[in-house]
Design a protein around this ligand. Structure first.
Ligand code: MHO
Length: 221
């Protein structure tokens, strides 16, 4: 039987992943959007930036809804991620209902900060106005509740049941590249063909690859 280990561990083996952390309004949509991008290996949602120690959806206080992705910089650059980020939401404060939804970038190192400064300048020209995205070093990322993780995929309980043998725990679902792609697919990002083409390139054993493609093609949405 196909197992999570065969897929998701193979996909991360010998790869140096980097992390990007950002907020662009309600975190459900951007998790799906970024989950559909090749080079993005894992996605999760949570809360950052506030002053309270244990934010939850109901007690978010001054924290912001945040998406975090682990990506392979040899497949997708931080610059490309920033282009997807700024081109897919309006980053100025008057559009937001408070700190919960504010446009934010939490950088992990000085290299990311430098790329932010460069791309921000280009994007301001494209937008024709100054960008008010909150730009701060990442401090703590608090993982959001299970029901917010891969929210759109969770709208399909029948599919989740079919995936259960592959992803028996919430943690394994959060770590899964395949589940990130499915979450994007059901929200309208990417096509069946793109996902199959990508799986054909994944460094899986032939047997695991065939099983995964068959499983995917049998899913009813
Ligand atoms: N759909 C909700 C946002 C949920 S999101 C996790 C709303 O627009 O109020 O904040």
């Amino acid at each position: 039987m196909l197992t999570t280990t065969e897929i998701d561990n193979e996909l991360t083996k010998n790869r140096e992943l980097e992390t990007a952390t950002f907020g662009m309004g309600c975190f459900w949509g951007p998790e799906a959007r970024f989950g559909s991008l090749q080079g993005v290996i894992r996605t999760r949602v949570g809360y950052t930036g506030g002053t309270t120690a244990t934010p939850t959806y109901k007690t978010m206080e001054d924290h912001t809804e945040t998406v975090e992705i682990d990506y392979d910089p040899t497949n997708i650059s931080y610059e490309e991620i920033l282009l997807h980020f700024w081109r897919n939401h309006y980053p100025n404060r008057d559009q937001y209902r408070g700190q919960q939804y504010v446009s934010s970038l939490r950088y992990h190192n000085q290299q990311q900060k430098q790329i932010i400064d460069l791309v921000k300048g280009e994007m301001e020209k494209e937008l024709g106005e100054p960008i008010e995205t909150e730009i701060t070093p990442v401090s703590h990322f608090t993982l959001a509740e299970d029901r917010h993780q891969k929210y759109y995929l969770k709208r399909y309980p029948n599919v989740l049941e079919k995936l259960h043998s592959l992803y028996p725990s919430e943690e394994s679902l959060i770590h899964s590249t395949f589940a990130a792609r499915l979450n994007g697919f059901v929200k309208g990002f990417g096509t069946r063909d793109q996902i199959v083409t990508e799986i054909i390139d994944w460094p899986l054993h032939e047997n695991a690859r065939q099983q995964l493609i068959e499983k995917f093609m049998r899913l009813k949405w």
